[in-house]
Design a protein around this ligand. Structure first.
Ligand code: AQP
Length: 346
């Protein structure tokens, strides 16, 4: 039996990177799933509290994320959709896993270091940086491992930025199964989308991210055609006036070509598109115009469905209430095995 699990943080409306790197693949997997495949997708609100935010935002953000999942075509009759915090077993397993997880491994996580702007190879952090570090941000890969393992997931579709965290989740399985002498937990397999890492439109050295303070750096899946046009036409590129593909020397242009390639009906890669008869030697404005058309063509109907779901709060509540019940059942089945192995419970 195949169990597909993935999660997304309710830290704002998802962007093109979330969509191409993860969500589009979730929809594809749903459409290809047979009767033996269970699909579970979570709005991971416990992860969202690892960074500070204004009071009153988390509730609306959760609903927006749920509406976005429905808008891209996830069907609550075929997938379990739920808010992570409504399934306490995620936190319970996190604690249990943290008792066999290695702090050395956690401290080497590149995302942990980059969130804190600490150089990847620095092994010394000054006291000021250390004081601002929150334990939740440090240990959230354990919660992420628990999210996956508590549902005995076999396949986890994620963006490339999650590669190291998935490796860590597998390490948690080995640590736990070794400590408690048995095959209690299942090691999951990562499924990476062809859109490995969509980069920021304003700084192509960074991935497109919800938390980037510059709103022009990302396309939201709810952006209107004028917004999409403005953001793509003002993408940071370079001084060479025509199209060519070279991620090392032309990261901005190459990112646009990568984005375009994910919408190409003929499935051509970014390098192939750059030398195609319609783009070879073309001005950058032509490339940008094509990206606008491709992105708007995909996202505008999603934006409309998003608005429709947002206008039905009763329906959204029902989806997560029923999804929460099904997720608790799925998690409880694993927790019975885990508690027995650890000798916890009555
Ligand atoms: N730029 C990206 N390119 C490809 N995939 C991406 N993902 C995120 N950004 C890109 C994938 O989206 C899924 C959900 O991500 P998340 O919201 O849980 O957390 P994140 O990776 O931290 O995404 P953000 O947008 O950067 O959020 P903030 O700014 O709040 O931290 C994951 O599968 C991820 O790989």
């Amino acid at each position: 039996r195949k169990v597909i699990f993935s999660g997304i943080q309710p830290t704002g409306v998802p962007h093109l990177g979330n969509y191409l790197g993860a969500m589009q693949q979730w929809k594809r997997m749903q459409d290809e799933a047979d009767a033996n495949t269970k699909l579970i997708f979570s709005v991971v609100d416990l992860h969202a509290i690892t960074v500070p935010r204004e009071h009153g935002l988390l509730g609306p953000w959760k609903r927006e994320m749920l509406a976005a999942l429905l808008a891209i075509g996830l069907d609550p009759d075929r997938c379990v959709l739920f808010y992570q915090s409504t399934v306490p077993a995620h936190s319970e397993l996190q604690w249990i896993l943290s008792c066999t997880a290695s702090t050395g491994y956690l401290s080497r996580m590149t995302q942990w270091k980059s969130k804190l702007s600490v150089s990847e190879d620095a092994d010394f952090m000054d006291n000021k940086v250390k004081k601002s570090l929150k334990h939740g941000l440090f240990s959230y890969p354990i919660l992420q491992a628990a999210d996956i393992l508590v549902h005995q997931a076999t396949h986890v579709p994620v963006g490339d930025d999650q590669r190291q965290h998935l490796e860590f989740a597998r390490e948690c399985v080995v640590n736990f199964n070794t400590a408690y002498k048995g095959q209690h937990l299942v090691a999951p397999q990562s499924v990476f989308s062809p859109a490995k890492r969509v980069m920021s439109l304003q700084n192509p050295a960074q991935k497109m991210s919800k938390s980037d303070p510059n709103a022009r750096s990302r396309i939201l899946i709810t952006d209107s055609v004028p917004e999409i046009t403005k953001k793509i036409m003002s993408t940071k590129t370079d001084m060479t006036p025509t199209v060519s593909y070279d991620p090392a020397t032309r990261p901005g242009v190459s990112n646009l070509l990568e984005i375009l390639s994910h919408f190409d009906p003929r499935d051509r890669g970014a390098a192939e598109l750059a030398v195609s008869s319609d783009l070879a030697g073309a001005p950058l404005a032509e490339l940008k115009k094509r990206v606008v058309d491709a992105v708007a063509g995909e996202l505008v109907p999603i934006g409309q469905r998003f608005e429709e779901f947002m206008s039905r709060p009763g329906y959204l509540d029902k989806v997560v209430r029923q999804g929460g019940e099904r997720a608790r059942e799925s998690a409880e089945a694993t927790m019975r095995i885990v508690r027995a192995a650890v000798e916890l419970g009555p």
